[in-house]
Each structure stands twice: as C-alpha cells, then as structure tokens.
Design a protein around this ligand. Sequence first.
Ligand code: ZN
Length: 89
Amino acid sequence: MTGTLIGLGIAFLISLWVFNDAKSRGSSAPVLWAIGVFLLLIIFLPAYLLMRPSKKDVTLVKNAPQLCPHCGKYYEPPVTYCPHCGNKV
Ligand SMILES: [Zn+2]
C-alpha cells in the first residue's frame, strides 16, 4: 500500500513537471501530456522527452538580437521602434 502511494506520488510529480515543461516550451497540449505521463509513465515519459519542442530554439528565436535596417545597430525584440534611431523596424 505504501509502495503504491509512493509510486502515485512520483508519477504525479513527474506529470506535474511534464505539464510545466510542456507549457514553458509552448506545447499545444500540456494537459494531455501530463495525464498521459501520469497514467502510462513508461510509455509517455520517453515519448514526451523525444517529442517535446526544444527550449533552446524557442528562446533563440524570441530573443535573438535583430539588426536595424535604418542605423545598422542591434536591438532586442520584441520592439516596434528601434531604440537607437527611433525608426520603425
Ligand atoms: Zn535603428
């Protein structure tokens, strides 16, 4: 009985982690992944780890500095106007 409870607790913690991880990576169905991991940990956890979107790529795309076409300086998106020359980018 205690073993079952510990197993359930671990499965719950892992599914919680999967939910937060999937959400932070912009996954379309973090709840489904969390439920799948909770019910079928052995199958869904490896599947999730294989299929989850790469966090690195998402961050790179979002925060990569862009080159202003007007003044040639780098700015940090998302911005509408260049912080250096004030032109729309
Ligand atoms: Zn500029």
